[in-house]
Design a protein around this ligand. Sequence first.
Ligand SMILES: Cc1cc2nc3c(=O)[nH]c(=O)nc-3n(C[C@H](O)[C@H](O)[C@H](O)COP(=O)(O)O)c2cc1C
Length: 237
Amino acid sequence: MFSPFFYVFNFPFIDRIFAVETSCMKTSVADIRKEYKQHSLNEGDIASDPFVQFEHWWQDAVNSEIDEVNAMTLATATKQGVPSARIVLLKGYDPQGFVFFTNYDSHKGQELADNPKAALVFFWKELERQIRIEGTVEKISATESDEYFHSRPEGSRIGAWASPQSSVIPDRNVIELNVAKYTSEFSGQTIPRPEHWGGYRVKPTVIEFWQGRSSRLHDRFKYTKTEQGWKVERLAP
Ligand SMILES: Cc1cc2nc3c(=O)[nH]c(=O)nc-3n(C[C@H](O)[C@H](O)[C@H](O)COP(=O)(O)O)c2cc1C
């Protein structure tokens, strides 16, 4: 830092002082860059089925002990095509699709009711990998949602009742009062799953695997669902 003496006698140059300070103390955003050189992805390496490929990369990610490996960006859009995105947690996958849980009345839930299409993105920086998924979305069955709901800790089950997700609330007290109300209401009994809470399955039509390479010349393979099965194509980085 500059001494007060420095500021007093350099007052006319205050703009310059700030400029110098900024360039010395902060890294310019544009200067942040990283070379990706850990892995490659080649035609000979990839599975013909994207779910098999996903399973390989998922296992690599789990074995790499990536923190919150199941965190993924979920993008939805209104009927008019206005997009919104947020992180949710992957809670299951199989050849039918990728499952996450949420409040059906939330902002994303309302968008999905109007426009049941979504995109998912995983970024596993430790492996320099990205997976992009696009597809149609449907609610999972009530039985599947019940099964997962009842596996959650009690606090999370009460939370699903207590939070009108995405609604404007005057203060946090609203939530605390709801937690107290539902804790007392369900005391001594099995907490039921609220109807407004459950799972969605993203049923992919496109899945892309991206492996970071040096000089921004990354490897990309895109799987597209066709009547004959999955078509695989390499994309330019
Ligand atoms: C790491 C992480 C995990 C999250 N997981 C979920 C989740 O599984 N389900 C969910 O509804 N919200 C989850 N959230 C909160 C969402 O990002 C979001 O705030 C919330 O779902 C409301 O989104 P909406 O208003 O667009 O509907 C998560 C947030 C973070 C940062």
